[in-house]
Design a protein around this ligand. Structure first.
Ligand code: C2O
Ligand code: CU
Ligand code: CU
Length: 433
């Protein structure tokens, strides 16, 4: 199993690390035999990893060597609007653009991906997504598994043709369900084998599928110990038999292979029954014994709850089909229209109501993360009690979230993260004023 290479900065100064990143066509060894044509950041699928340090800014010059417009969005980043990768803020073919990332937010697992108008689905599908990891030196003292035992896993599903090329088609069916592949890929390879040592690993699980929901579990029945949700540590570790991960959600987990002897293996399974099923994602093969000084402390972080009594505004968003298109509040995305105008410094409650009976919609908000107040009127489960930037709104369900608009004014989108829903056209935008 490949682990995406970490991009080295071309230059460092007192406050900032400077990176150069080109996106271009390339091929990848996703399956045995013929190589698969892709679009790649750094020419690889998933893209090269940007590994930055909290408190140091990153300036990333992205050069577009493709023949189509792109726009790079850093998912979960607290960033000025002109570096957020708005759907029309194109980097045109042959051009480049510097994105300025402050990195003044929680350390954790983020990802960057294409966000071009109507093209996010096909572009991410062809490979335009990579990890953006923020390292917070203050978290080192927790003693979590680190270095080679801290591994990002990009989970996706794909359809391949007989020549191993990626198939992407949008018709009525895929517009409704989103694109669902029949081949699981982890870090760009179909069902890889990951050689591990008999010790603890931190696995940064990212659901980077276009539209597939995952329910992750280990074939050995041992728990996944979840330590972070989306981009932030949870208050305390959670021992979980299965983890639901909607598109764009992340869950960092610690898995301990120390009870297994060399030669044993464990499969990371997907128990979600959505057809076509992809029941297996990757195999961990224990190859050697190892000493292990890492640990999972009982307390990980402090999450200060936002107080709903302090909210200035409550907004409602319905998710529904209207005239064969996916909409929010009955509206299709229109980049010329501002849908909401939250005030900088205010706290808002958003009530998300899914009016459809079969489709879950993973709601994602740019700019600032949120906390979940309740799901179908009940207090959220423990895994939804940390900070989130994406949350699954279940079929016919209601989720209330609360967030504080901090740091930047300007225009930001929010949308369903099933990319075929987002592209057609389940997205609105707000201007923070
Ligand atoms: Cu992960 Cu608006 O995106
Ligand atoms: Cu985002
Ligand atoms: Cu949706």
């Amino acid at each position: 199993m490949p682990i995406p290479a970490v991009l080295a900065p071309v230059r460092r100064d007192a406050t900032t690390d400077h990176y150069e990143l080109a996106c271009h066509e390339a091929t990848a060894q996703a399956l045995p035999g013929a190589r698969t044509p892709i679009f790649g950041y750094g020419g690889v699928w998933p893209g090269v990893t940007l590994q930055v340090t909290r408190g140091r800014a990153a300036h990333v010059r992205v050069e577009n060597r493709l023949r189509e417009n792109v726009s790079v969005h850093n998912h979960g980043h607290h960033v000025a609007a002109d570096s957020d990768g708005h759907p029309l803020a194109y980097v045109r073919p042959g051009q480049s653009r510097v994105y300025v990332y402050p990195n003044r937010q929680s350390g954790g697992t983020y990802w960057y991906h294409d966000h071009a108008m109507h093209q996010t689905g096909p572009h991410v599908y062809r490979g335009l997504a990579g990890f953006y990891l923020i390292h917070d030196p203050a978290e080192d003292e927790l003693g979590l598994p680190s270095g080679e035992f801290d591994v990002p896993l990009c989970l996706q599903d794909r359809l391949f043709d007989a020549q191993n090329a990626l198939l992407y088609k949008v018709d009525e069916g895929t517009t409704f369900t989103g694109l669902l592949g029949n081949a699981a890929c982890v870090n760009g390879v179909h069902c890889p084998d990951f050689a591990v040592a008999a010790r603890k690993y931190r696995l940064r699980l990212l659901n980077a599928a276009n539209s597939r929901n995952l329910r992750l579990a280990l074939s050995s029945g041992q728990p996944l110990v979840q330590i972070a949700s989306d981009g932030a540590l949870l208050p305390a570790p959670l021992s979980r038999k299965a983890i639901d991960l909607a598109p764009a959600e992340r869950a960092d987990c610690v898995v301990d292979f120390s009870a297994l002897s060399p030669g044993a293996s464990v499969v990371l399974r997907n128990l979600d029954p959505t057809w076509p099923e992809v029941p297996e994602l990757l195999r961990f093969s224990v190859r050697r014994k190892a000493t292990d000084a890492s640990r999972v402390p009982a307390r990980l972080s402090t999450v200060t709850r936002l107080d709903p009594a302090r909210a200035h505004t409550t907004r409602r968003i319905t998710f529904q089909l209207s005239d064969g298109k996916w909409t929010m509040n009955g509206l299709r995305y229109d980049p010329g229209r501002i849908d909401f105008r939250p005030r900088l410094g205010s706290t808002e409650i958003w009530e998300l109501h899914n009016k459809e009976q079969t489709q879950m919609h993973p709601f994602h908000h740019h700019l600032v993360p949120f906390q979940v107040l309740d799901v179908n009127g009940e207090a959220p489960p423990p895994d939804l009690r940390g900070w989130k930037d994406t949350v699954a709104v279940p079929p016919a369900g209601r989720v209330r979230i609360i967030m504080r608009f901090e740091g930047f004014t300007g225009v930001y989108v929010f949308h369903c993260h099933k990319l075929e829903h987002e592209d057609h056209a389940m997205m609105l935008q707000e201007e923070v004023v």
